[in-house]
Write a protein that binds this ligand. Structure first.
Ligand SMILES: NC(=O)c1ccc[n+]([C@@H]2O[C@H](COP(=O)([O-])OP(=O)(O)OC[C@H]3O[C@@H](n4cnc5c(N)ncnc54)[C@H](O)[C@@H]3O)[C@@H](O)[C@H]2O)c1
Length: 427
């Protein structure tokens, strides 16, 4: 049996890629180290927000096969690597999964295969880390096989922009590799954009996320000043957004979360520091400001309670929405975790409501008692609102009836600028 493509790493990025390719008629295999993921998928169960069990069942009916056996690579024309790129303990790049996946590809490399790295990483990874491992096989990149980088732009929960209609950037180690990769993605993506090489494609991804990180930090710094100056920043942003050119709206919030914004810019700043010995000041400043937002939100909650002659200690605080973005279950790097920890350490009685999270682990590494760190979602929202001294809107999931929630709350602290009203305090 042969496959058009084997997708290595079947998570938030790899599985939608496998699904889109499969829908376009390609024969697709998936390789993952996690046996639960493999068994679940082969049983028709999806573990990512953007795909339903029906989507997985359809993929299977179209020939999709998940496996943990890397020898499947030997049967594929293309291998796409979509494994995680987290941070190391010193906040630098941890390429362990990329190296592991690449070693598996090297073991089963065959002439004519196209290898594409999709994992977000610093410029130079494809040529300096991936290529030498692949060439340990004895085959030569650009001669016996082709190698390219193509950044993933998936936006979990985005119903408008998906894999097919979001332009795909590809950059190969040679023009021939770029063409081969462009041809491959052109089979299931509407628009393919050719980068000059792998480094430009790698930097393009980090640029996109660093741009967001820095602009969100600008708004987060400004929101504190606007509050002190008694200006509604949300209204100012809405007014500025009416300019048809030269302005793009970014919004303040309780901090940044997810796998990309809090992590990817580190890959860039760490690389700049390691190679050039210089700090990437914009990135470092943005990190400092965004990481400080949970504490700032805590101080504003304290202020709001103070205005009611209450203290944080002993108050009941209901957190609404604990995921890192609306309408998905993903909690990775959610800034609501450090906020909850600070409130609990200050003696508040923290409750939460999130239709996507039945039980919430706010972390084991911070000295909290088990009873404090594992919280259950409140069963009845109305009763919880009535019980709460303050309700804090952190993630405006579409299913929330915000007006009704605000009307029932004693005080609602809105970190998203979604509400207005006599008992609403905006970040
Ligand atoms: N999640 C997003 O929204 C998003 C968006 C754009 C880019 N990215 C990037 O895409 C990459 C993948 O992220 P993700 O969110 O899909 O991660 P994920 O954690 O959801 O999934 C990764 C999968 O890879 C598997 N894996 C790990 N090491 C492996 C190996 N050696 N061999 C085979 N499988 C292995 C894991 O078991 C897991 O199932 C990262 O570099 C990330 O930065 C993510």
């Amino acid at each position: 049996m042969s496959f058009d493509v084997v997708v290595i790493g079947l998570g938030y990025v790899g599985l939608p890629l496998a699904h889109t390719a499969s829908q376009a008629g390609l024969t697709v295999a998936g390789l993952d180290l996690n046996l639960d993921v493999v068994e679940g998928l082969n049983a028709g169960i999806s573990h990512v927000d953007d795909l339903s069990n029906d989507d997985v069942a359809t993929m299977i009916s179209q020939g999709f096969l998940a496996t943990s056996d890397s020898s499947i690579i030997a049967q594929a024309d293309v291998a796409v690597i979509c494994v995680p790129t987290p941070l190391s303990p010193d906040a630098g790049p941890d390429l362990g999964a990329v190296i592991g996946a690449t070693s598996a590809v090297a073991k089963h490399l065959h002439p004519g295969i196209l290898v594409v790295l999709e994992s977000t990483t610093y410029p130079g990874t494809t040529e300096e880390v991936v290529q030498p491992i692949l060439e340990e096989s004895g085959l030569k990149a650009g001669v016996d096989f082709e190698l390219a980088f193509s950044p993933e732009r998936i936006d979990p929960g985005n119903a408008v922009w998906g894999m097919r209609n979001t332009p795909k950037v590809v950059g190969g180690i040679t023009p021939e590799a770029t063409e081969k990769a462009a041809k491959f993605y052109g089979r299931f993506v509407d628009t393919v954009v050719r980068a000059k090489g792998t480094r430009e494609a790698e930097l393009a991804k980090l640029l996109e996320n660093t741009y967001r990180h820095v602009n969100i930090a600008l708004m987060n710094e400004l929101v504190e000043f606007s509050n002190l100056l008694d200006v509604d920043l949300w209204d100012a942003i809405n007014c500025a957004s009416t300019k048809p050119f030269g302005f793009q709206a970014f919004y303040p919030g309780p901090g940044v979360g997810g796998h990309c914004i809090p992590i990817d810019p580190n890959y860039l700043s760490h690389h700049v520091k390691t190679v050039l010995g210089r700090p990437f000041r914009f990135v470092e400043l943005a990190q400092e400001i965004n990481a400080g937002m949970p504490s700032y939100v805590r101080s504003r909650i304290q202020e709001a309670l103070n205005d009611q002659s209450k203290s944080l200690r002993g108050s009941t605080i209901l957190l609404l929405g604990v995921t890192y973005k609306p309408d998905i279950a993903d909690q990775r790097e959610s800034p609501v975790r450090p906020l909850a920890r600070e409130l609990i350490v200050d003696g508040a009685n923290v409750e939460y409501f999130d239709p996507f999270v039945a039980q919430w682990n706010i972390d084991s590494d911070h000295g909290l008692e088990d009873s404090d760190r594992l919280l259950d979602c409140v069963h009845d929202l109305d009763t919880a609102i009535a019980r709460a001294d303050i309700v804090v809107l952190l993630q405006p999931h579409k299913s929330f009836d915000l007006e009704a929630i605000a009307a029932k709350s004693k005080v609602l602290f809105d970190t998203r600028g979604a509400l207005d009203g006599p008992n609403v305090i905006r970040l």
